[in-house]
Write a protein that binds this ligand. Structure first.
Ligand code: ZN
Length: 107
């Protein structure tokens, strides 16, 4: 629930600043490592936004892949792992951010 609430709170704050009457669409970038369940987030978003000007807004999610690379050989991975096959240490960057990219609203 906390992610959905954070999104709704930020959306409402921005919408208020712009003097919007209604929020129709929200585009959020989600790091894959946050392990968000899209359906659950969508549901929580609808609950958290009900009774606000963001009620009924479409929530669009875009999942961002983390950058995972071995510090020793430079091999890249799609999933975070403990150690590279060469024995090198793995560096993980990104993939844990939540960014509100775009808000469509009616003023
Ligand atoms: Zn390596």
């Amino acid at each position: 629930m906390s992610f959905a609430q954070a999104i709704v709170e930020n959306v409402l704050k921005l919408a208020e600043e712009k003097g919007a009457k209604k929020v129709s669409k929200v585009l959020v970038e989600m790091g894959e490592l946050l392990l968000i369940n899209p359906e659950q987030l969508e549901f929580c978003f609808q609950v958290a936004s009900s009774g606000t000007i963001a009620e009924g807004a479409v929530l669009e999610l875009e999942f961002i892949k983390p950058h995972i690379e071995c510090l020793l050989c430079g091999k890249r991975y799609d999933e975070p792992i403990a150690i590279c096959e060469c024995g090198g240490i793995i560096k993980v960057e990104g993939g844990k951010d939540m960014v509100i990219r775009k808000i469509e609203m009616e003023v």
